[in-house]
Write a protein that binds this ligand. Structure first.
Ligand SMILES: Cc1cc2nc3c(=O)[nH]c(=O)nc-3n(C[C@H](O)[C@H](O)[C@H](O)COP(=O)(O)OP(=O)(O)OC[C@H]3O[C@@H](n4cnc5c(N)ncnc54)[C@H](O)[C@@H]3O)c2cc1C
Length: 269
């Protein structure tokens, strides 16, 4: 790890001005992705701006038919939320499947989304549920947020404050996970929304993507049989030491089928 200055602001305004002053400053939430990358010298920052002392950045609430989750809400809180188990169980299940107890106790939803790791779980929920990312500057639609490998629409001095999720009729998340880290080799989030079905895939490509052909077929008939004979047009998929692109393409089809079956078995909200 390289030397850096540590800051612990107590307001969002102070955090944003610290970031604005230093081009190589970085915000830290749970530190579960940022700190390992710094320790391994994969990244180097002059200043780390810890968001932990800023009030009102965590919590899960229902408001005007949406679920709003504060950026510093930890994975364990999402996994155990009674509200989510009643209204959006797929998201609680997704959070329960992240990493290990240590990671779930420290890692946060805002950190995971801002990090935009291609194998992270949350991005698929954000896109499938047509969520809105609320930041210190604006609101960003899910489809415009993830722009590349570890890249998002966020500016250097822009912080996520919350994520606003639409409540689907039914949804499910299925992942073929790495056996050690539990990161998604391929993960599929399927959501039956009012009027349309959305299918978002994580783990397979440089960033989360949707599959239009599956969405069209499932919007007509929400059943795994509706996918028979539909050939999805997939973007260029990742090949790495965990899986080849061909293997991932097969896993995409299988994970979507499993997610549709799991969602279809749920009571509609
Ligand atoms: C062993 C291990 C296993 C894991 N397994 C999984 C897994 O199975 N699935 C999965 O999805 N993830 C997994 N993770 C990642 C984990 O979920 C992290 O918690 C998450 O990626 C980052 O969240 P964090 O709160 O720790 O963010 P940090 O590490 O603090 O930050 C991550 C990035 O987000 C930025 N950032 C943080 N908060 C904000 C904000 N509010 N606004 C703007 N930018 C911000 C930081 O500057 C940094 O670039 C694993 C991690 C480890 C170490």
């Amino acid at each position: 790890m390289y030397d850096f200055s540590y800051h612990r602001p107590t307001s969002l305004q102070d955090a944003v001005s610290l970031l604005a002053k230093q081009p190589d400053a970085k915000p830290m939430s749970g530190g579960m992705s940022l700190l390992p990358s710094m320790k391994l010298r994969l990244s180097k920052w002059t200043d780390v701006v810890d968001l932990a002392a800023i009030p009102d950045l965590s919590g899960i609430r229902e408001e005007a038919g949406h679920i709003i989750i504060g950026a510093r809400t930890r994975h364990v809180e999402v996994a155990t939320s009674a509200l989510l188990h009643a209204k959006l169980p797929a998201l609680a299940e997704l959070a329960e499947g992240i990493g290990d107890p240590l990671v779930r106790n420290r890692g946060t939803i805002g950190g995971s989304i801002a990090n935009a790791d291609p194998a992270a779980d949350y991005p698929s929920s954000v896109v499938a549920l047509d969520a809105t990312i609320i930041t210190t500057r604006r609101e960003i639609a899910a489809d415009a947020f993830f722009t590349g490998l570890f890249e998002t629409a966020l500016a250097h001095d822009e912080l996520i404050t919350a994520v606003r999720y639409k409540i689907p009729k039914r949804a499910a998340y299925m992942k073929f996970r790495h056996p050690a880290s539990r990161y998604a080799i391929v993960g599929a989030f399927v959501a039956q929304m009012e009027g349309a079905v959305r299918v978002a895939i994580t783990g397979a490509g440089p960033h989360v993507f949707r599959i239009a052909a599956y969405e069209d077929a499932l919007t007509k008939t929400f059943s795994s049989a509706a996918l028979d004979g539909v050939t999805p047009k997939l973007p260029s998929l990742n090949t790495d030491l965990h899986a080849s692109a061909d293997y991932r393409a097969h896993a995409v089809v299988e994970m979507v089928r499993r997610a549709v079956k799991a969602a279809a078995a749920r009571k509609s909200i």
